[in-house]
Ligand binder design. Structure first.
Ligand SMILES: [Zn+2]
Length: 311
């Protein structure tokens, strides 16, 4: 048990705090960093205010129209803007008709697209690796190289085994979803040292998907909590996603890590992910122990956003 002193939205001290300051008694409860959702679509479903109040401090928006990059958000947002895709490629002929894809037909146009997105404020690049029409190897290689030069990670939508393998070989950094088709040993090895955003409940968390995330984790991929919010509809910390992660074999501590510290490190959000001096006071008070109860994160009793009580 310890005191946590917050000033001007930041944690300034953990330990024995001067009793004269205004205080909030959290005895018997568990204090953890607020959650990072590594896969959302906040233009598709604009619920950022609700997310912030419910304990999500930051989110990674993995496809939205270009205009969204200029818009302020109630949560810290790392955004891709539109996916870079092939002409008529995913998702521009399906759910992503309204500007969710930026179509390019060669490597030069793709590099221009990466630079344009970065200039408009994108801090991550999203590409689909699906069945045709799909970007060719030279184009994907060029996207990855330019994104990395600009300090952006490349997230890939790849649900099949061959697609996931292809994406890793071409240098993609993070699977936007756990693939749903059983993954080969070769694909698992290719994703070692890379990352995967769970989004298990978005695809029904079937046995093959749960096995894939368990095997990716054993192979050395970093697992990040993410919901595909917009396509899923829980505007907060999603108990169904936490339960599916648990069902895949992750214990409560591993789930807490995947929802807080790991994504803060992975995405470069240094003020989040820990309860320690210098970090933003984006904190959750939980009734149950999140290191033993995999669902404890789902319903925080109190949410602090930058030191202010939000719920
Ligand atoms: Zn998505």
């Amino acid at each position: 048990m310890a005191d946590v002193e917050v000033r001007d939205g930041r944690i300034v001290q953990v330990g024995d705090v001067d009793a004269s300051v205004e205080s909030f008694d959290a005895r018997g409860r568990f204090l953890v960093p607020a959650v990072i959702d590594s896969h959302v679509h906040l233009t598709y479903w604009p619920v950022a205010d609700e997310l912030a109040r419910s304990g999500v401090a930051a989110a990674v928006d993995l496809a939205a129209p270009m205009s969204s990059l200029a818009e302020p958000s109630a949560v810290r947002l790392l955004a891709s803007g539109p996916m870079i895709t092939a002409p008529s490629g995913y998702p521009v002929t399906s759910w992503g008709r309204g500007g969710y894809g930026l179509e390019v037909s060669n490597a030069g146009a793709a590099v221009d697209a990466v630079e344009l997105l970065h200039a408009r404020g994108a801090r991550v690049v999203k590409i689909p690796v699906t069945a045709a029409p799909v970007l060719d190897d030279a184009t994907i290689t060029a996207i990855v190289a330019r994104a990395h030069e600009l300090g952006m990670r490349v997230a890939v939508h790849a649900l099949g085994d061959a697609e996931a393998l292809r994406a890793a070989r071409l240098g993609a950094d993070v699977l936007a979803h756990t693939p749903v088709e059983p993954l080969s040993d070769e694909t698992l090895a290719a994703w070692s040292g890379r990352a995967v955003i769970a989004t298990l409940s978005a695809f029904g968390a079937d046995a093959a998907t749960l096995t894939n995330i368990a095997r990716l984790r054993s192979a050395g991929a970093t697992v990040l909590y993410g919901t595909d919010l917009g396509n899923t509809r829980t505007p907060g910390i999603d108990a169904a996603e936490l339960a599916a992660m648990h069902e895949s074999g992750m214990d409560a501590s591993a789930i807490l890590e995947a929802a807080t510290h790991a994504p803060a490190l992975y995405w470069g959000l240094p003020e989040l992910g820990d309860v320690e001096p210098g970090k933003a006071a984006c904190l959750l008070l939980l009734a149950r122990d999140p290191t033993t109860d995999p669902l404890a994160l789902a319903d925080p009793e109190v949410v602090f956003v930058d030191g202010e009580r939000a719920s």
